[in-house]
Design a protein around this ligand. Structure first.
Ligand SMILES: NC(=O)c1ccc[n+]([C@@H]2O[C@H](COP(=O)([O-])OP(=O)(O)OC[C@H]3O[C@@H](n4cnc5c(N)ncnc54)[C@H](OP(=O)(O)O)[C@@H]3O)[C@@H](O)[C@H]2O)c1
Length: 186
């Protein structure tokens, strides 16, 4: 059974983006995203990070593909990403799941991270493969044009890799929350 781990940072008004960028500059929060999505227990494996075409484009060219991770980019059009190593383009979730369940490919990756944006999160939350949501809850409202979808039927869990308590950066406070799908079946 596949396990989708969603990772997102959202403001008090559930915002996640503005003008195809993040509405905030929180360096440590970004480091948390990079650490969580990169770390593996096995040196020979990388994690897969799945994102929508706009999120991919939101990274400055020098920061993409996300290093040390296998990047999956979703688009309904033909994306030409052949110039990049460790980057794959997909048009449907079926294609993605087929790749993720391929026996040879399974030897190469450890965790599956879903990194947004809006519709990608929504699809993932509605999937039977939705396992956990790693949500950074920022205690501030921001002007946003992209939002995290509603979700329910989750319980709070803890993960030893996740720092506990209130974090503070540039006078902004936030918390790293971990939610698990109550209906996830191994
Ligand atoms: N705060 C956070 O944690 C966080 C995380 C990620 C992103 N963001 C922010 O969110 C914004 C970008 O997110 P977004 O929601 O606008 O866009 P997005 O999800 O990154 O990309 C949307 C595109 O993905 C493709 N797509 C989406 N669902 C698909 C599906 N089911 N099948 C095939 N293709 C699909 C389509 O590409 P085509 O149009 O090419 O067909 C669609 O236009 C930016 O502001 C970014 O900074 C924030």
């Amino acid at each position: 059974m596949l396990k989708y781990n969603l990772i997102a940072a959202a403001s008090q008004n559930r915002g996640i983006g503005k003008n195809n960028d993040l509405p905030w500059k929180l360096k440590k929060e970004m480091e948390y995203f990079n650490r969580m999505t990169t770390v593996t227990t096995s040196d020979s494996k990388k994690n897969v990070v799945i994102m929508g075409r706009k999120t991919w484009e939101s990274f400055p060219p020098k920061y993409r593909p996300l290093p040390g991770r296998i990047n999956f980019v979703m688009s309904r059009s033909d994306l030409d990403l052949k110039q990049y190593e460790n980057v794959f383009a997909f048009k449907t979730w079926d294609e993605i799941n087929e790749k993720l369940t391929n026996k040879e490919f399974q030897k190469l990756y450890e965790k599956i991270w879903i990194a947004g944006g809006s519709n990608i999160y929504k699809d993932a939350l509605n999937s039977k493969f939705f396992y956990r949501l790693y949500l950074t809850e920022i205690n501030k409202e921001y002007d946003c044009d992209t939002f995290f979808p509603e979700f329910s039927n989750v319980k709070t869990v803890s993960d030893p890799l996740v720092p506990k308590g209130i974090q503070e950066e540039n006078g902004v406070t936030y918390e790293f929350k971990v939610y698990e799908n109550e209906f996830y079946e191994e």
